[in-house]
Design a binder for this molecule. Structure first.
Ligand SMILES: Cc1ncc(COP(=O)(O)O)c(C=O)c1O
Length: 388
């Protein structure tokens, strides 16, 4: 029998990182020592007290049963209290907070709650690929908002045709931004609120990197601006904040009807998050000041090593105020994919071609400084030896 996949799967755009994955495999087979700066996955361990809490909680038989769909009220309360301490914004843990199996899970499911087939969803390009795919799964049409350097990698709402804006149900934004590492100021969020209110669309702000920020900079929550509560939901993650990517824990806060729409989808798909992990999440949110200074200091040092080294080589890169990504312009005469291939072939350095995040990412590569400083210095030394 020939097994055919659903059109839903077939319509997903080709996997643009396939080429680099193939190259990686090929170079590894040749015995090349690869320095992988391709993946945004913290290399540092989860803080000990969080692990200890998981150990204890995993022994409690009440945690061995199905968790509640919306998350433990104790976890949601810890979220609301953290949010108030961190951003000065209050949410009702019962109706305005939802536990997620990582923020990706919430982002992947939200279009199912609010997008009808044929509706537009406004999606940043370059951007985290899940916005586009989750839109397609719901039968929606992604309309890409280019993030350009000359506009500080913020979308320009005046470029969106009126007929598209009128038919758009969701707007995805993400600051601090993956992959560009750009940040957003209050005035941008105010503009977003005005735009969303005018066209009656839901704003989905992905704040996965809100606690990875440097030099004392504290990213804003979208909810710190007036009117945001009427139009928005914000996705948060414990993944990058506490080095917990493998644990799969995040949450959403926002308008109670948006939260309940997403919750309705989830009750029909998953059965909640292991309560012992939620208890560990409570430990994390209650007992640590975020951003976590020891993590941030390490990232700051790595960032400085990389930015200095890359600039010495003649590559153009901004010094990011947040995220652990460097968004690097490829030298004249190369495409993103060609340059990424050259780096891996000649220096064993894995970077992600920018066009993998959307067409408007062409002309850039992304490097993640989620490997230790010694290896980063080695990466710079290797780069110095190649010609481009
Ligand atoms: C922009 C952005 N949003 C969301 C996520 C998902 O994070 P998690 O599902 O681990 O919370 C990621 C992960 O890389 C990301 O880069």
């Amino acid at each position: 029998m020939k097994i055919e996949q659903a059109k839903r799967i077939e319509q997903i755009p080709p996997y643009l990182f396939a080429e680099i994955d193939k190259k990686k495999e090929e170079m590894r087979k040749k015995g090349m020592d690869l320095i992988d700066l391709g993946i945004g996955d913290p290399d540092l361990p989860t803080p000990k007290p969080i692990i200890e809490r998981l150990k204890m909680a995993s022994e409690d038989p009440k945690n061995h049963r199905y968790p509640s769909y919306e998350g433990m009220i104790e976890f949601r309360t810890a979220v609301a209290q953290w949010f108030e301490r961190r951003f000065g914004v209050t949410f009702d843990p019962r109706t305005e907070v939802l536990t997620l199996i990582g923020s990706k899970e919430g982002i992947a499911h939200i279009p199912l709650a609010f997008v009808n087939p044929g509706d537009y969803v406004l999606v940043p390009s370059p951007g985290y690929p899940v916005y586009r795919v989750s839109t397609l799964f719901a039968g929606g049409i992604p309309y890409f908002l280019p993030l350009r350097k000359e506009n500080d990698f913020l979308p320009n709402f005046s470029e969106i045709p009126k007929e598209v804006a009128e038919k758009a149900r969701l707007l995805f934004i993400n600051y601090p931004n993956n992959p560009t590492s750009a940040i957003a100021e209050r005035s941008f969020f105010e503009e977003v609120v005005a735009f969303a209110r005018h066209y009656r669309m839901i704003v989905c702000h992905d704040a996965a990197y809100s606690e990875v920020a440097f030099d004392g900079y504290r990213p804003l929550s979208f909810f710190e601006v007036e009117g945001a509560r009427e139009v928005g939901i914000e996705f948060h993650s414990l993944s990058k904040t506490f080095n917990m990517t493998g644990w799969r824990i995040g949450f959403a806060v926002g308008h109670s009807e948006i939260i309940s729409g997403l919750g309705r989808v989830k009750t029909n798909i998953d059965s909640g998050l292991f309560q012992a992990i939620q208890e560990a999440g409570i430990e994390a949110l209650n007992h640590f000041d975020t951003p976590l200074p020891e993590i941030i200091q390490i990232y700051e040092r790595r960032r400085d090593v990389m930015v200095k080294g890359l600039r010495e080589i003649g590559l153009k890169v901004e010094r990011p105020k947040a995220t652990f990504y460097l968004w690097i312009q490829v030298p004249r005469g190369h495409t993103s994919a060609q340059f990424a291939t050259l780096l891996i072939e000649q220096a064993g350095i894995v970077a992600t071609p920018g066009n993998g995040f959307g067409e408007a990412g062409e002309g850039y590569i992304r490097m993640a400084f989620t490997v230790d400083e010694t290896r980063l210095k080695e990466a710079i030394e290797r780069l110095k030896r190649i010609k481009f």
